[in-house]
Design a protein around this ligand. Structure first.
Ligand code: ADP
Length: 322
């Protein structure tokens, strides 16, 4: 590809293949303990880790690592966690200009406790993420209009997701919706998703795969996705963990089996998959090809620890995709 794909402007604010992500940004603070404290009890943790998180941030990083010019529209608070998040994105090379600092708000935080048993408890404070409103989407209309793909997730408020879908459709930009968690958005919002990206649980929540027998195999899920594409959404992608993923649009339906690998940490694999899918769709790759590459990215992500740190660079993903 030419330097255009490296982000050089070609005029009128247009960057070929640009992915605009509007989504959550959290700082994940994880304490590793032997056992959870009882109410009123103070315990010592064995280890502690701080990392960038939030589905918006994870997917923006994944799309960036996949080689897309990415603009990440997010909100942080005026606090140390916000500064940490900006620093982390800067180190990864993501432009931080679209990120707003919200006065008197805390940066979104996930306080995670992981016990020796592997169980966890998570407290999420939305904080500045709550400033991702329909009004903010309106303020970002020009940025959305100049994108090739707009990507968001079910973590945003329902009215914000619905408004973003409407605006993307009005300006003719491809709207990719990862409905994780399965927010109760309108049928009109799902209808313009291209694709609607779901894991197995989310697929069942929106009515893809109500018949358990149909969804028992990769090919069974392909058939379910095919019947949902053109009905529930313009196109549908369902990720199926170690099995891989399926996709369908008006022209056909496809399976992409994941390679058999040793998974050491599946955290963020779905976000790695979705960010990669959006990046390659923005690049102009057909859905079945983007699907195959995203499955390769997901299977590489599960083979190393961390979330954004586990996303493999573009060349490695393409080599794995064959
Ligand atoms: P989520 O984390 O959102 O539930 P999935 O578990 O379906 O998403 O995983 C997303 C993608 O990551 C899968 O489609 C696959 O490509 C990859 N993946 C996940 N788990 C594994 C695994 N155990 N082995 C290989 N690939 C995996």
């Amino acid at each position: 590809m030419t330097t255009e794909r490296d982000g050089a402007r070609t005029g009128a604010g247009t960057v070929p293949g640009r992915v605009v992500v509007i989504g959550s940004l959290n700082v994940d603070s994880t304490s590793y303990v032997d056992a959870f404290p009882a109410p009123g009890e103070t315990i010592l943790a064995r280890d502690f880790q701080v990392a960038l998180g939030g589905k918006g941030a994870n997917q923006a990083v994944a799309a960036h690592v996949a080689g897309a010019p990415v603009e990440f529209v997010a909100c942080i608070g005026d606090d140390a966690s916000g500064a940490y998040a900006q620093g982390a994105l800067e180190r990864l090379g993501l432009p931080i200009a679209p990120i707003r600092r919200i006065p008197d708000a805390s940066t979104g935080v996930a306080q995670i406790t992981v016990a020796a048993s592997g169980e966890n408890t998570i407290i999420v404070t939305g904080g500045a993420n709550l400033a991702l409103t329909p009004a903010l989407v309106d303020a970002e209309r020009d940025r959305v209009a100049a994108a090739t793909v707009v990507l968001t997730q079910g973590e945003l408020a329902v009215d914000t997701i619905e408004h973003l879908a409407r605006v993307s459709n009005e300006v003719g930009v491809r709207f990719v919706l990862n409905l994780a968690p399965p927010a109760a958005v309108s049928a009109a919002t799902l209808a313009v998703a291209d694709p609607l990206v779901l894991n197995e649980h989310e697929a069942r929540a929106v009515g893809v795969g109500t018949d358990a027998a149909d969804g028992a195999t990769l090919d069974g899920w392909r058939v379910l996705a095919a019947s949902a594409a053109g009905g529930i959404a313009r196109s549908v992608v369902v990720t199926l963990g170690a099995a891989g993923a399926v996709a369908a649009d008006a022209t056909g339906s496809w399976t992409a089996a994941a390679p058999r690998v040793t998974a050491v940490d599946t955290t963020g694999a779905g976000d790695g998959f979705t960010g990669t899918l959006a990046a390659f769709l923005a690049e102009g790759r057909p859905l079945p090809e983007a699907l195959r590459i995203a499955v390769a990215a997901g299977s590489l992500a599960v083979q190393s620890r961390g979330t954004v740190d586990s996303y493999a660079p573009r060349a490695e993903v393409l080599a794995a995709a064959g």
